[in-house]
Design a binder for this molecule. Structure first.
Ligand SMILES: [Fe+2]
Length: 597
């Protein structure tokens, strides 16, 4: 039985295909369209999923959309009436989009795929998020926490889920508590993202990256905007916001009265903490002081978000009495908060969908339909994230020849690992392109840039010369799973921990190791690590392991293979174009090696 899951028309569009309950393909549209966070109809991602399995639309048993358009329409309509006439612009713009696409999604999908309209099903947005985590986890039973900007009406849920692996089909997800728009932790974080000069739905990571450079000394002011109860319920003070009636602004004048002028979009960021020696080329005392103020605000909103999520998680534990937790929704990408939930709540195991944002809803909707609506038993556990498109050797060679690249071919895996490590040890930055691209926003060794984490200057080199992005942005380490505990504090039994496979949790670097890996140790001494086991990705494991044999350090710097503002590369053509426009020294693509100069 084939089920296609689709998400689009709000945040990241994506498609996934499951066959008899097993995932066979999953991809975000942006990788094909090359538009970052592309939210349009995911025709290319759908085509890829069908091609991967060699089927066409007529062979699909069901097509499942990740939310209920009419419920969302109701929310937009009701919100507009409540805030009319301020909201008229949002409403009229929203309406045009709705009548163009959204209300007719059933017809659009049926027509595109050539399936009957009755085969198109709909699953509520937060149920899709919940299913994307629970039905991809190995658990029989778990508490559920979903938190995002907004689905139809819902912005966060708590619940419990249970699964049947035997054949009785008693699978269920019960969301027993929900918080509704406009009260939204995701939209609160987004308002601060905009205030701090970053793009909403894109710059949330930058706020998290900026936070360690500040002191959380404005938490009292943040708590003027949000009232949080002990059971994790919360309400926003709407007087400070405009997202519920404005299409372009998330916060208003009253917010500015509290926190001051917004930071100029994408302006240079340096503070006395980032540059204790004042050696930034544009160093200016006033600007540095101003930036410190913004960093303090970033630290404050980050801490309030973490504390609220902790309360929600504790309440979910109290209500369910369960030891396992599944999480999804865009806010579940807050890896600092996730680490604290593991360490500071009674939950012993946590499973987070790597595509925690709306793209993951495509997978959740398909799995929900298979297991709950159709009552089929569990079969699938998501053990890795390599579900995107891969390319054969002849396709790679053709792209290299088209680009007129000089290359050599290395078929021996050991030689390949040695060559990569030789490059890394001579301070080179390399790109590793192999296999199928990753599902979700992180590159995990198949579309990655790698560098020596022992060199402090690598952080600056990769940020400014390779990716052309803000110099304060942290880099993440990939570490051999068997050495993870000796490098990261509080990481007990790394083998059983799923979120670290997907770079979804931050841990403190062990004190005696911080000086050893400065390029991947963030301000405050933490790292958002990825653990790697040879079974999941032999070539990736081998390069880290070979580096370990040579240096005694089982860690590399890993960052996504893309330039600032561009999606992660998909094809060999994307890889070659990105390679030529960046300061990457060597490209390892399939079994081919391309060197600069
Ligand atoms: Fe969502």
């Amino acid at each position: 039985m084939y089920i296609l899951g689709v998400s689009c028309f709000y945040h990241d569009a994506a498609a996934t295909l499951i066959k008899d309950g097993l995932l066979v393909a999953a991809a975000e549209e942006e990788r094909f369209s090359r538009q970052k966070h592309d939210y349009g109809f995911p025709a290319k991602a759908i085509d890829f999923c069908l091609r991967q399995e060699g089927v066409d639309g007529s062979e699909l048993d069901y097509v499942v959309f990740y939310e209920k358009p009419l419920l969302k329409f109701e929310r937009i309509l009701m919100t507009t009436l409540a805030t009319f006439p301020r909201s008229w612009k949002t409403f009229s713009e929203g309406m045009i989009a709705w009548f163009d696409e959204k209300l007719w999604i059933k017809g659009v999908l049926a027509k595109y795929l050539g399936v009957a309209q009755e085969k198109v099903l709909f699953v509520e947005h937060h149920l899709s998020h919940a299913a994307s985590a629970f039905f991809a986890s190995p658990y029989d039973e778990a508490a559920i926490l979903t938190v995002d900007g907004v689905g139809e009406w819902t912005t966060a849920t708590m619940g419990r889920a249970s699964a049947d692996w035997g054949g009785n089909g008693h699978n269920r997800i019960e969301l027993f508590k929900e918080i509704r728009f406009p009260h939204s932790l995701g939209l609160l974080y987004s308002a601060f993202t905009a205030f701090l000069g970053f793009r909403v739905n894109n710059g949330e990571y930058k706020v998290m990256g900026m936070a360690p450079y500040g002191e959380p000394n404005r938490m009292d002011d943040v708590y003027r905007l949000i009232e949080v109860s002990e059971d994790g319920g919360f309400r926003l003070k709407l007087d400070y916001f405009s997202f519920h009636y404005s299409p372009s602004r998330t916060f208003n004048r009253q917010f500015e009265n509290l926190f001051g002028e917004p930071r100029v979009h994408d302006s240079t960021f340096f503070t006395p903490t980032t540059h204790p020696n004042k050696d930034h080329p544009a160093w200016d005392e006033d600007v540095a002081r101003g930036n410190q103020h913004y960093a303090n605000i970033a630290a404050s909103i980050q801490r309030v978000t973490e504390d609220t999520l902790l309360k929600m998680a504790r309440h979910a534990h109290e209500r369910t009495g369960l030891k396992k937790l599944c999480m999804a929704g865009g806010v579940a990408l807050n890896s600092v908060a996730n680490g604290r939930i593991l360490r500071e709540t009674p939950f012993e195991e946590i499973w987070i969908q790597p595509a925690a944002g709306d793209s993951g809803g495509a997978l959740g909707a398909a799995l929900y339909a298979y297991h709950v609506l159709l009552g089929n038993p569990r079969r699938f556990v998501q053990e890795h994230s390599y579900w995107g498109q891969g390319y054969e050797a002849d396709e790679i060679k053709a792209a290299l020849d088209r680009a007129g690249a000089h290359y050599e071919r290395i078929d021996d895996e050991e030689k390949l690992a040695n060559s990569m490590v030789d490059d890394l040890l001579t301070r080179k930055v390399i790109a590793l392109f192999q296999g199928r691209f990753e599902w979700g926003p992180r590159a995990l060794g198949n579309r990655s840039i790698l560098a020596d984490p022992r060199l402090a200057e690598m952080k600056n080199i990769v940020n400014t010369k390779i990716k052309f992005r803000e110099p304060f942005r942290p880099f993440a380490p990939v570490v051999l799973e068997e050495h993870a505990e000796s490098y990261y504090a509080g990481l007990i039994d790394a083998r059983s921990l799923y979120p670290t496979r997907y770079m979804l949790m931050v841990f403190s670097v062990q004190k005696d190791k911080q000086d050893q890996i400065p390029a991947v140790t963030h301000e405050g001494g933490s790292g958002r690590l990825q653990t790697i086991r040879r079974d999941w990705n032999p070539r990736y494991y081998d390069v880290v392991n070979r580096f370990y044999e040579q240096t005694g350090v089982p860690v590399l710097l890993n960052t996504s293979f893309n330039l600032r503002g561009e999606p992660i590369v998909n094809s060999p053509d994307n890889a070659l174009s990105t390679f030529s426009r960046s300061g990457i020294d060597t490209l390892y693509i399939g079994n081919y090696v391309v060197r600069k100069g």
